[in-house]
Design a protein around this ligand. Structure first.
Ligand code: ATP
Length: 208
């Protein structure tokens, strides 16, 4: 039997845009989803090569004695320091990229989704055939996040937004845009893109 490599599709969007919500709708349609941010966290605590690289660059304190990732220590080191952010990204993103490739090869579907907050910003969109951006106005996004994560402050949310490409730029770069505003239904938009991606996959699948 010939195994077909699925079309790889990124799904991104700024904080609170609703990319996870939209990805879950695709999942109900049977589309395999790779949640890159969750997987990155898992790899940082479980991939021996990545763990040793993190220790080398950020010190043994990056992990507890029992071997758990010291997220608080790393976050404090990295968040306010652009160079250190670049350094950790240069370790984590290639590891996620490789892990994604392995995961894709195991999927049996016309197309798969990779959900990540930063696809354009990190360059990882280059590994993908198509990208969907989930778009919503800034004010709505901030209010959604405040509702979802009441422990977060508006300042913390804005600091994250400052590290993300503006929505307008992401819309321009994306192949598909889903508008997740209060007056637009999500499901018809998802169904339309699902159909388009299946057609594209049928016409352009690569034999592996
Ligand atoms: P993050 O980047 O922080 O992970 P995200 O882009 O994945 O955010 P979600 O977690 O999907 O966003 O959505 C943010 C919050 O807004 C969630 O609580 C979700 O339930 C809610 N939400 C998203 N879309 C809608 C919608 N169309 N109607 C109502 N609530 C929504």
């Amino acid at each position: 039997m010939t195994n077909k490599k699925p079309l790889t599709v990124g799904i991104t969007g700024g904080i609170g845009s609703g990319k996870t919500t939209v990805a879950k709708i695709f999942s109900i349609l049977g589309v395999p989803i790779y949640f890159a941010d969750d997987r990155a966290k898992w790899l940082m605590g479980n991939d021996p090569i990545l763990i040793s690289k993190i220790k080398e660059s950020f010190g043994e304190e990056s992990f507890s004695e029992s071997g758990e990732l010291n997220r608080k220590y790393l976050a404090e080191k990295v968040f306010a320091d652009t160079e250190k952010t670049k350094q950790i990204n240069a370790l984590v993103h290639p590891a996620v990229g490789k892990d994604f490739e392995v995961w894709v090869a195991l999927q049996n579907a016309p197309y798969v989704l990779k959900e990540a907050a930063l696809l354009f910003e990190t360059g990882s969109y280059k590994q993908l055939d198509q990208v969907i951006n989930v778009s919503a106005p800034l004010k709505l996004r901030v209010s959604r996040v405040l509702m979802r994560d009441p422990q977060r402050t508006e300042k913390q949310i804005n600091d994250i937004i400052d590290k993300q490409l503006p929505d307008e730029e992401k819309n321009e770069k994306a192949d598909f845009v889903i508008k997740n505003t209060e007056n637009k239904l999500l499901i018809p938009q998802v169904l339309k893109i699902h159909q388009a991606l299946k057609t594209k996959a049928d016409s352009g699948q690569i034999d592996i």
